[in-house]
Design a protein around this ligand. Structure first.
Ligand code: 3UK
Length: 512
């Protein structure tokens, strides 16, 4: 059982405590150009906290919008906001002024810390949204930016004395459905995720070097690339440039031991892996989307590593079902990580027996608290969080992903899980990426339609389409094969790497 004191500022635990217990001179964060020790990170965070309270006149409890790619100043800014007793609202770098306005108004945000390279869109958001009254720019050379103000501040700052159950973070969901929702998290939630998955599944230690792609604005990245390494005195590598090739190069160069990214990234990395020395890697974590068997296998062949799949959610803050090493079962996401419980609800809301597909329900130290959103009651039932995923539990307590509840396809009376068809498609040698949806059909209710991105050496044609259909028919139950195939040059994805199947369901998407 996790126990935290009633009064708690999570940043004091993550940073001040590490510096005081022998980690001051260890490297906390590295980027392509910088290398910060724990004591340098602490001093930077402290100076930013001073600016927030003394120059920006923020009060504990105020919400602060944060904008930046993964870099040391972005990380320090998030920590400083929390240390000053304020609430961090990190946002995806690619958001436009319109989306920033929605977030600022919904979360009642007046102040922002923004990286200089995102200034243009930030200024548009400020012009259009009077609620945003103060923006401070960092990674900025001029004498009116954050760094200039920090120069006059002391390196010490005592964390604002918050409650373990004060909100310190509002994270917006990445919006696979196109309607981002704010989720609130407490100081104790931040420590709880650090004390669950990294301990039980990753067994991380201070010699670990964490690397990966998820933005710090996505809780997958905030946890994996900042909070988890800090909790054990390890090193976080923050990268701004994100391509599979670049990540491979960075793993090689920084001798990373733990990697976090999404399945599609691993799939692309597997094809290029032979050009790099990846021998430093010990744990590779895939999350954000279901991990196809073909990707798990390609990664194992390329690196010798057994992938650690894990399902997490913004509502739950981080990963709650996973398995590593000998515990992993190919195809299953895993078991609830220690501290969490999970079960399957049937259509009547009762606990389903093993082997029955139903709605995944989870419970643990973290859970959903939507910010001003009436969907709270849809997500939480009697303490159980319903993530919107169709899952099945086997007799040994392993959880097997089937689909997002909305992505189950019903065709001529058959229940078909889109991801299962995607898995089968991905095994075809010409298929690079794919997405499967249910297309309305008069006769069958829905038919299975596949959007396929071909590998560079393959040529779209009616023959290939037929060949792919036959291939699927021969590998899974024939009624599941895609009756329609459309070739695409790319698939719509969120900034977090998730397929936006809802965009493919609307005809406009087909023209791209
Ligand atoms: C899906 C998965 C199958 C699933 C996230 C790790 O993805 C994260 O949060 P989001 O709020 O989305 C949550 C939804 O994504 N999903 C995530 N991981 C898996 N489906 N297998 C997986 N391994 O539908 C879930 O409900 O964007 C992931 C850590 C923190 C996160 N926020």
């Amino acid at each position: 059982e996790l126990q935290y004191p009633e009064r708690l500022n999570c940043v004091a635990d993550l940073l001040d405590k590490m510096c005081a217990t022998g980690h001051a001179d260890s490297i906390a964060i590295r980027s392509q150009t910088e290398s910060w020790t724990y004591s340098h990170l602490l001093a930077t965070v402290n100076r930013i906290s001073h600016v927030l309270l003394e120059d920006m006149h923020l009060q504990p409890g105020n919400r602060v919008l944060l904008r930046g790619a993964n870099n040391p100043m972005m990380a320090a800014s998030v920590l400083a906001v929390i240390k000053a007793g304020c609430i961090a609202v990190p946002t995806m770098p690619l958001l436009r002024a319109k989306e920033l306005g929605v977030i600022a108004n919904k979360a009642e945000i007046a102040a922002a810390l923004c990286s200089e390279n995102l200034r243009e869109e930030m200024e548009l958001a400020v012009q259009a949204n009077p609620i945003l009254t103060q923006v401070m720019y960092f990674n900025h050379q001029g004498d009116d930016g954050l760094e200039a103000l920090m120069a006059g501040k002391p390196a010490e700052f005592a964390a604002v004395d918050t409650l373990a159950e004060d909100v310190c973070l509002i994270s917006f969901t990445s919006g696979t459905t196109g309607m981002p929702k704010g989720t609130m998290h407490f100081h104790r939630d931040v420590l709880a995720i650090c004390d669950c998955f990294p301990r039980s599944t990753l067994q991380s230690e201070k010699s670990d070097i964490f690397i990966g792609t998820p933005p710090l604005a996505f809780t997958f990245g905030l946890g994996g690339l900042l909070l988890f390494p800090l909790r054990v005195g390890a090193t976080a590598i923050l990268l701004e440039k994100l391509t599979p090739e670049f990540l491979l190069k960075a793993i090689d160069e920084f001798k990373a031991t733990v990697c976090f990214t999404a399945p599609t990234f691993y799939r692309q990395m597997a094809t290029l892996a032979k050009n790099f020395d990846l021998s430093s890697l010990k744990k590779t974590v895939s999350a954000g989307e279901a991990l196809p068997a073909a990707t798990r296998e390609a990664w194992r062949q390329a690196t010798g590593l057994v992938m650690i799949d894990g399902i997490g959610a913004t509502e739950m803050l981080h990963i709650f079902i996973s398995a590593a090493g000998d515990e992993a079962r190919a195809g299953a996401t895993g078991k609830p990580i220690p501290g969490y419980q999970a079960c399957i609800f049937d259509e009547h809301g009762d606990m389903a027996a093993p082997g029955v597909v139903g709605r995944l329900a989870v419970k643990g130290p973290t859970g959903c608290r939507y910010l001003a959103d009436d969907r709270q009651k849809n997500y939480v039932h009697q303490g159980w969080n319903l993530t919107g995923d169709a899952y099945e539990m086997d007799a040994d307590g392993y959880f097997w992903y089937r689909a997002r509840t909305d992505d189950m396809i019903i065709s001529a009376g058959y229940n078909i899980a889109g991801p299962e068809v995607e898995e089968a498609l991905l095994k075809h040698p010409s298929v690079s990426e794919c997405a499967v949806i249910g297309l309305a059909d008069e006769e069958r209710g829905q038919i299975v339609k596949a959007f396929v991105v071909l590998k560079a050496d393959a040529q779209a044609s009616a023959d290939l389409s037929k060949e792919i259909q036959d291939f699927v028919k021969n590998s899974i139950a024939p009624y599941k094969y895609p009756r329609a195939i459309e070739f695409m040059t790319s698939l719509p994805r969120t900034e977090t790497g998730k397929l936006q199947r809802y965009k493919l369901r609307t005809p406009a998407a087909s023209s791209s």
